[in-house]
Design a protein around this ligand. Structure first.
Ligand code: GLA
Length: 387
């Protein structure tokens, strides 16, 4: 999007004033492998995307926070307060959560006008909410010179999502939006927060994200339930192992101590997390060594584990992945994000791409009655200032 377009849309809503308008961009993200491992202190391998959330923002001398967006009809004018509370389910809770969290850190804003415009499909599992949070955290830090590092902003955004919004998500989304780099994925250890940027170059293949168009909302989903189940698995294993999270457990250890988990459901949840952690490290190694077929195979194994052990896929995601794996030129495909609907991620050979898109759309419509939507984004940089 052009900066002039964003500014003229901002001015149409808020009118001309003397104070300067600033523009920022926060990308969406896709996770290539390592699902439901972040809140378990495990490994993830996500990247930032070329689509995301644009924010135009201006300081005012009025005692209000004004919120408008292009994508959502809802807008709000909130008086400056000494404390902010979440109200209802509207999108303004995301920026408000960031403002409230900065306040808890001792920083108050003056009057502000916000205008958001984004091209991440909502509720598709590509982190549209984390992208709003991170772009807001970044913009406020920059506007008021609060001097927080990008890692501080990542942690602050996660705190806002956990405490203000009430979703017990891990750090992956914010981290990939904060630290993304063009043409690279991030191998992140969610326990130590050490990370490595790994070039994503899969010769002759394109990254294809496909929306099942089955709507999901994190807050309503079984996400928090899974977080609780993993906690129970840690409790059981801690009887004999010195661990803080499932991320500390290696597969051989799990095999030796699995009898400590009597509940078969909790056992399966733990097996997914521990095996997925192994897969991330194997997949990164395969990618670095140009073993693309192996990388694709690990993506497929990841999907199966999310389907059978973690049970977060569902009819639409499973149908889509099954259909994809029957097409020519597909290296691997899996669900991405929290699951329960949302998107898949796949690598597809360039020369097979047209046929792939057509065949998948037709077969998926036939099977589910839903229209699949395809995105072919670039892997791009993290949150930034535009002007
Ligand atoms: C959502 C959460 C992330 C992560 C994924 C599953 O996207 O926001 O923190 O847990 O689900 O891997």
């Amino acid at each position: 999007m052009k900066s002039e377009d964003l500014i003229s849309r901002f001015l149409r809503i808020y009118g001309q004033r003397s104070k300067e308008i600033h523009l920022y961009f926060g990308p969406g993200r896709v996770n290539l492998i390592g699902e439901h491992t972040d809140y378990n202190g495990g490994f993830v391998f996500p990247c930032a995307l070329s689509f995301g959330t644009y924010l135009a923002i201006r300081k005012t001398s009025e005692p209000f926070l004004e919120f408008h967006s292009e994508g959502f009809e809802y807008s709000a004018i909130i008086p400056l307060r000494s404390q902010y509370h979440r109200s209802g389910k509207e999108w303004v809770n995301y920026p408000l959560g960031i403002i409230e969290t900065y306040r808890q850190y001792g920083h108050l804003t003056g009057g502000l006008q916000f205008f958001y415009s984004g091209n991440i499909p909502a509720a598709a599992g590509l982190s549209s909410s984390a992208s709003i949070e991170m772009v807001t955290a970044f913009a406020l830090n920059d506007l008021y010179n609060w001097n927080y590092s990008i890692l501080d902003q990542i942690k602050l955004s996660k705190k806002a999502e956990n405490e203000f919004i009430g979703v017990n998500c891990g750090i992956m989304d914010m981290f990939s939006i904060g630290q993304g780099k063009k043409d690279h994925a991030i191998l992140l250890d969610c326990d130590s927060l050490e990370f490595q940027l790994v070039p994503v170059f899969v010769k002759d293949y394109s990254l294809v994200i496909t929306n099942t168009n089955k709507k999901r909302g994190l807050g309503d989903s079984k996400y928090n339930e899974r977080v609780g189940e993993c906690g129970k698995a840690v409790e059981c294993l801690s009887k004999e192992l010195k661990i803080n999270s499932l991320g500390n457990v290696r597969m051989e250890q799990f095999n030796a101590f699995a009898h400590l988990i009597p509940d078969p459901v909790i056992f399966k949840r733990a097996r997914h997390v521990i095996s997925e952690n192994d897969r991330v490290l194997q997949a990164v190694k395969a990618l670095k060594n140009g073993k693309f077929a192996m990388f694709g195979e690990l993506m497929i194994q990841s999907h199966h584990s999310l389907r059978d052990d973690y049970e977060v896929t569902g009819f639409e995601l499973d149908s889509l992945v099954d259909i994809m794996l029957k097409q020519k030129g597909v290296l691997g495909a899996r669900m991405t994000g929290a699951g329960f609907g949302g998107c898949t991620v796949a690598f597809v050979k360039n020369e097979c791409l047209d046929e792939f898109l057509e065949n998948v759309a037709t077969a998926y419509k036939e099977k589910t009655g839903l229209q699949a939507e395809f995105y072919l984004p670039e892997i791009d940089d993290g949150v930034k200032k535009l002007i």
